[in-house]
Design a protein. Structure first.
Length: 276
């Protein structure tokens, strides 16, 4: 569905189900140079099992209008404002890569809007190599090739890949090529500059799940350990045979981990009582 935030159009994929703010809401936030489609195999499943799914396109990504948000803090504030505009008091924030930093920031700075957090392919600090940052600024096609190579595990190229019916490797490349020029460099700069990771991690009180791909070369499991050790009660799980793009490479394993976590977090959720 498309909604307006201010004067700008925002695209939200609801998993082919009607918008239902009376159901538990799940906000799904993509990573750099991506859009809502990275969640396609998880969003539809959740939407058909009792969740109000909001898989968003961040400003200037996918089908949402710009301009871009230049910092992780601005992205988190934009997401919070979007929930307010939809009259959704709180959601489970699911973020992948850059999106995980957005969820992390929001969980600490806007805690009332989050009832659970899932951080996928996360790391702190989330540094981008100088070579990749330079390519993102001056030669996007070169950057796309580098990202495609590093964000997928070797099994992506094998027959019988878990992503049915398409080439995960080529799909990821085409997804990046569909985004607007300059977005990748903006996103990478935002990740590079973000410094509040541990500060926010210390403040988080909501149930939190961290998922890392065992074969992730961009945000390897060890890069998320500081977050897992700092967030009170955080559960860190490794998705086997998966690289950075774990939602496509191991869709069922990711789906099961998210579904079990949300069911448990939802059962422990304390809803505000009406006054009177």
């Amino acid at each position: 569905m498309e909604v307006k935030l201010g004067q700008k159009s925002v695209y939200i994929y609801t998993g082919s189900k009607a918008f239902r703010p009376d159901l538990p809401s799940v906000l799904m936030i993509h990573g750099a140079q991506n859009d809502h489609s990275v969640w396609i195999m998880q969003s539809r499943w959740l939407a058909h099992r009792g969740y109000n799914v909001l898989a968003i396109d961040l400003p200037a990504h996918g089908r949402s209008e710009g301009p871009v948000c230049e910092t992780v803090q601005a992205m988190a504030a934009w997401c919070g404002d979007l929930l307010d505009s939809l009259d959704i008091s709180a959601a489970a924030w699911l973020g992948h890569s850059m999106g995980s930093l957005i969820a992390l920031e929001a969980a600490a700075s806007r805690p009332a809007q989050s009832w659970a957090n899932v951080l996928l392919g996360s790391a702190f600090p989330m540094r981008v190599s100088d070579a990749l940052l330079d390519a993102a600024q001056h030669d996007e096609q070169k950057a796309f090739a580098m990202i495609t190579r590093w964000s997928h595990s070797g099994i992506t190229h094998l027959p019988g890949t878990p992503g049915p019916g398409f080439s995960i490797y080529n799909q990821g490349r085409r997804l990046m090529e569909r985004q607007k020029p300059g977005v990748l460099f903006n996103d990478f700069k935002a990740c590079n500059a973000y410094s509040r990771g541990l500060e926010c991690a210390q403040a988080i009180k909501q149930p939190t799940l961290i998922l890392s791909g065992a074969l992730d070369l961009m945000t390897p499991p060890k890069a998320a350990k500081s977050l897992a050790e700092t967030i009170i009660g955080a559960d860190m799980r490794i998705i086997e045979k998966a690289g950075h793009q774990m939602m496509a490479e191991q869709p069922d394993s990711v789906r099961v981990a998210i579904a079990r976590f949300l069911a448990d977090a939802g059962s422990r959720r304390v809803l505000p009582h009406a006054e009177g």
